[in-house]
Ligand binder design. Structure first.
Ligand code: TPP
Ligand code: MG
Length: 556
């Protein structure tokens, strides 16, 4: 069987049903068999980066892996940002790139670039296959590596002669490799349970790893048994319902909220599960750590002791560790009493909420999120890329279920939103996906609107149009006291995003008054074609943020 066919058969056997890509001379042998596949549906994207973001959004929404593929050279290098975006957020996907004939590697041949090496630091593993007999072993390993432990993207580069080579292969006998799921050490779990039992005001931090491990219900059950407030990282948004009595919301120096930061500041023991303690969450580490004790549970050995040395670190799958802690807690300790802070959480959640309802014209950006929260139901999926629009989204959007809020978290990639919403809609047909984005980020992957229109994927795009690179403006203003190259007044004047969207086959409208937002969102939500809403907002609103969790500067 030709390797190109073998690859497609193996991908089918691994259960992958969707591919996003762009054909090209370097990958056409694989495309021939992809076209013959009865189970894999392929969508032709308009930029290779978008193919990776779509496969990424597909996984975030569904927990199922998809394939991203493209040709060699500039096609392949366009994958890099997508790979990085998925890698830093622990999102598994299979990337396949075509390559020139293997005899031309390192000969500066046309469109021959060493993508396997380029992507080494932004993928869990990469291969350039130069021996046809290695193909089956590498492809099945690639799937295992992508899924196992901390998940992540992998890349396989396939020279043309390898794609065309004949090998012995029987697809009927193929079985995916099994995945090893690390269990927690029993002694360490006991120690952790004792530490929590002796704590005065413990908190639990839910990281994105809890969603990846499909353990949000177990996490909340444990919190309920222990009566401990739950703080979610940005990557875990939606992991606990908004009005759950123990929900203390986000903390941190950007998407954090006053309540989350306050609850954390009062904590003496922190149980962090599937989180990485990275900079936007912790801010100044000295203040973050204080005199608190930390228990850190993660599936990735590299994460444990990475930012600081916790008092107890446990290498484990999140779900297994949570179950073990609950079991031990029931055995070793009586149910915790409800503390004062826990009793007051529901009241504080309301009283410490930042204001989002404004009637101003130009529209205050906060009002956009107020209307988004009112319009869309709990099943709606949201994607975000970067900018103040993203930070406001993190601060204000109310998400009640896991896998419904899909941010480019660690990378903050402008251009992630639209293709990720496309991938999410493909994964979850019938579910609305809404890209919440800025006026500058909009044009990073705007061409993908044509893909959404052609494929009848009725995504919604909400542009918070402040005619500024406003995250960058705010940074210039407060960190350096200047403003340069960040004003984009044309985005509210002669650059017409409604026409742009209509040109790509979408419906669109511009909104300039706050009372018109709700109607526009409803029309977009009801639309069966992709719908873009360009909301003109105040240009220089600053967003609450700070350098440490005790010094977040509030702006309105
Ligand atoms: C691919 C990429 N390039 C550059 C940046 C740096 N960057 C972050 S926010 C931003 C401006 C975004 O402007 P806009 O989309 O209008 O969002 P706003 O901050 O105004 O809400 C830039 C250039 C980035 N995050 N991603
Ligand atoms: Mg902007």
């Amino acid at each position: 069987m030709k390797v190109a066919e073998v690859i497609v058969k193996m991908i089918e056997k691994e259960g992958v049903t969707n591919a996003f890509g762009i054909p090209g001379a370097g990958i056409n042998p694989v495309y021939e068999y992809l076209g013959l596949s009865k189970t894999i549906k392929h969508i032709t994207m308009r930029h290779e980066e978008a193919a990776v973001h779509a496969a990424d959004g597909y996984f975030r929404a569904s927990g199922r892996m998809a394939l991203a593929l493209c040709t060699s050279g500039p096609g392949a290098t366009n994958f890099v940002t997508g790979m990085y975006t998925a890698f830093i957020d622990s999102i598994p996907l299979i990337a396949i790139t075509g390559q020139a004939h293997s005899s031309l590697l390192d000969k500066e041949a046309f469109q021959c670039v060493d993508i396997a090496n380029i992507c080494k630091t932004v993928a869990k593993a990469t291969w350039c296959i130069t021996k046809a007999e290695d193909v089956t072993k590498i492809v099945s390993e690639a799937f295992k590596i992508a899924r196992e432990g901390r998940p992540g993207p992998v890349l396989i580069d396939l020279p043309l002669d390898i794609q065309m080579a004949e090998i012995d292969y029987n697809p009927d006998t193929y079985k995916p490799l099994s995945i090893d799921i690390p269990k927690p050490d029993h002694q360490l779990i006991k120690q952790a349970v004792e530490m929590i039992a002796n704590a005065k005001s413990p908190v639990m931090i839910m990281g994105g790893g809890v969603i990846l491990s499909k353990a949000t219900n177990e996490f909340v059950k444990l919190a309920e048994y222990l009566q401990i407030p739950v703080i979610t990282t940005y990557m875990a948004k939606g992991g606990i319902p908004m009005d759950h009595p123990l929900n203390a919301g986000h903390m941190g120096i950007q998407v954090g909220a006053p309540l989350g930061n306050m609850v954390f500041s009062q904590a003496d023991v922190v149980l962090g599960i599937g989180c990485r303690f990275t900079d936007r969450h912790t801010g100044d580490l000295k203040i973050y750590r204080g005199n608190r004790k930390f228990i850190h549970i993660d599936i990735d050995k590299k994460q444990l002791n990475r930012m600081f040395e916790p008092d107890i670190s446990i290498l484990s799958d999140a779900k297994l560790a949570i179950e073990a802690i609950l079991e031990q807690s029931k055995k070793l300790t009586t149910k915790r009493e409800v503390s004062e802070i826990v009793k007051t959480l529901p009241v504080l959640r309301e009283s410490m909420k930042r204001k989002t309802f404004y009637v101003n014209v130009p529209i205050k950006p906060q009002r956009v999120y107020y209307e988004i929260n009112k319009c869309f139901d709990d099943n709606t999926i949201f994607t975000t890329g970067c900018g103040l629009n993203q930070i406001w989204s993190g601060q204000f959007q109310e998400i009640n279920k896991p896998r419904k809020y899909l941010p480019s978290g660690g990378a903050g990639t402008l251009g992630f939103d639209i293709p990720a919403a496309i991938g999410a809609t493909v994964a979850m047909p019938g579910v609305k996906a809404v890209a919440v984005m800025g006026d500058f980020g909009f044009t990073f992957m705007v061409e993908e609107l044509a893909v959404a229109a052609k494929s009848k994927l009725p995504i919604v795009v909400v542009i918070v149009n402040n005619a500024y690179l406003s995250l960058i403006r705010q940074n210039q203003k407060y960190a350096y006291k200047y403003e340069y190259a960040v004003k984009m007044e044309e985005n509210q004047t002669f650059v017409d995003y409604v026409k742009v969207a209509e040109g790509f086959g979408c419906k669109a409208e511009r909104v300039i008054r706050p009372e018109d937002i709700a109607g526009a969102l409803k029309r977009a939500n009801d639309s069966d074609v992709p719908y873009v809403i360009d909301i003109i907002v105040e240009d220089q609103t600053d967003c609450s943020m700070g350098g440490n969790i005790e010094a977040v500067k509030e702006f309105e």
